[in-house]
Design a protein around this ligand. Sequence first.
Ligand SMILES: Nc1ncnc2c1ncn2[C@@H]1O[C@H](COP(=O)(O)OP(=O)(O)OP(=O)(O)O)[C@@H](O)[C@H]1O
Ligand SMILES: [Mg+2]
Length: 286
Amino acid sequence: MSVTATAQFMLEPILDANKDAGSSRDAIGLGQAAGKGLNTRHGTILTLEDISVSFDGFKALNALSLYIGVGELRCIIGPNGAGKTTLMDVITGKTRPSHGQAWFGETLDLTHMNEVQIAQAGIGRKFQKPTVFEALSVFENLELAQKTDKSVWASLRARLSGEQRERIGEVLDTIGLSTSVHRPAGLLSHGQKQFLEIGMLLMQDPQLLLLDEPVAGMTDAETEFTAELFKRLAGKHSLMVVEHDMGFVGAIADHVTVLHQGSVLAEGSLAQVQADDRVIEVYLGR
Ligand SMILES: Nc1ncnc2c1ncn2[C@@H]1O[C@H](COP(=O)(O)OP(=O)(O)OP(=O)(O)O)[C@@H](O)[C@H]1O
Ligand SMILES: [Mg+2]
């Protein structure tokens, strides 16, 4: 992806201004998984500055600033309507902010990219409802996911290279579906469909994964597997996970951001935000 001089010029002052602000970007310190081709010099994969989104005058996001470190696993929590899904909509280009800046790495201005460009740049999103091809096998679903530029049947007829097969094998292991490889996806449990969809995202090797309420409707065992899976993916990928299940959040999160009325209410470890009176009042204490 080309680097525009203007983008580079505009971002420097923003990052410098925040260097000493005590924000989460200082606290993260994970830098080992820098994205391929993505400039993450300051160890930050996602920079949101002063983002507002208005729907007919109602501010779904209100001057929100948030920084995600390279390789970080960040949980976003907050009451219904706090703006969590809208935040993901902004990052993926589905909703344009009325104000503010959104950068992927140091140089990619998300507010000027469309959804396809953002996905191709390395941001993968998992919606709540699984959207796998039910009539196709687990293997075929993964096969399709690595070739987005062809029609379904052309993709399935094309021969896979050894490397592509190997990659599918790796992803099958990661998502725990190696023994279901030939099963039609429609016969999988709800949780397994979710794992398959995560696997389909992984086939694209995204640097940042956005997951909206991934364990909703899962059994306890599936939720536990998801926690293990996300912990394994962190470091190699950066993850932003929205969840209401506090047991799950406690199992995975180093760092939690609490949203309320479209703004960041609190940030820190889960223990820190759980002890915050404002967080208890608007969310956890209900
Ligand atoms: N397209 C839209 N048009 C108008 N209002 C919207 C739109 N999308 C979201 N909103 C409003 O913005 C606010 C934030 O919604 P959002 O879906 O981001 O909340 P959330 O934090 O994801 O909530 P939940 O935990 O219930 O999923 C809500 O008041 C919602 O009604
Ligand atoms: Mg939501």
